[in-house]
Ligand binder design. Structure first.
Ligand code: PGA
Length: 251
């Protein structure tokens, strides 16, 4: 049985005071929920000051990105060991905004995923097709390529979550339908089965991301291969975030 995992990807939003209020409310109003994992990925500057707020809560602390080298002359970057030192438990790698605006490609993301796992961070690896690719019937091929070029042999798959995030659904208010999402998730799981075997495929979590909100979370979460959500905009609003965590509670 896969435990759903709901993560707020706050992107470049919130100040410290608002972030503290948000996690306090999230903790307070979901404290009794034991069968949904949840976490937040704040902007890097907020990770250290938020850490004490998250101690003794069930909310995991993560980062939105990291560099693969452990240290050195890489101006502006943050390394895996630094994230661990700051208290992070997981890191998001390969978000489409990183691919699109910062030129991150398969070979780089492969190094990042490996470096994150090696230092002890769990990984949320994001994949997804653009609208043009979907319209061109390329969705499955794109997903397989993004999996294949980054998830190499020998990785500790137990510590990897896949996030399926169709690019056309991110921040647009237009989510994938439950059937579109389920179909993609099923395809991803099949690839995982071929790569890492049936045990891995049945245990690895695949989150859906892209305009998840309180009003559509339940129908998405009800699908058999959707194991939680990676939430952007709605995770900035306490009521929405809390409702999405509740919607992920297994039946
Ligand atoms: P959104 O973003 O929920 O605002 O669409 C999701 C994401 O980018 O992870």
């Amino acid at each position: 049985m896969r435990r759903p995992f709901v993560v707020g990807n706050w992107k470049m939003n919130l100040n410290l005071a608002d972030a503290k209020n948000l996690v306090r409310r999230l903790d307070h109003e979901t404290v009794g929920i034991h069968n949904v994992d949840r976490g937040v990925a704040p902007p890097a500057l907020l990770i250290i000051p938020l850490r004490p707020e998250l101690q003794d809560t069930r909310i995991l602390l993560g980062a939105q990105n990291m560099y693969h080298e452990p240290k050195g002359a890489f101006t502006g970057e943050i390394s895996g060991p630094m994230l661990v030192d700051a208290g992070c438990q997981f890191v998001i790698i390969g978000h489409s905004e990183r691919r699109q605006h910062f030129g991150e490609d398969g070979p780089l993301l492969q190094k990042k995923v490996k470096a994150a796992l090696d230092i002890g961070l769990d990984v949320i690896y994001c994949i997804g097709e653009t609208l043009q690719q979907r319209d061109g019937g390329e969705t499955n091929g794109i997903l397989v390529r993004q999996l294949h070029e980054v998830l190499i042999d020998g990785l500790d798959w137990k510590r990897i979550t896949i996030a399926y995030e169709p690019v056309w659904a991110i921040g647009t208010g237009r989510n994938a339908t439950q059937d579109q999402a389920q179909e993609a998730h099923q395809h991803i799981r099949l690839w995982l089965k071929n790569k890492y075997g049936p045990d891995a495929a049945s245990q690895m979590r695949i989150q859906y991301g892209g305009s998840v909100k309180a009003s559509n979370a339940k129908e998405l979460m009800n699908m058999p291969d959707i194991d939680g959500a990676l939430v952007g905009g709605a995770s900035l609003v306490a009521d929405e975030f809390i409702a999405i965590v509740r919607a992920a509670i297994p039946k």
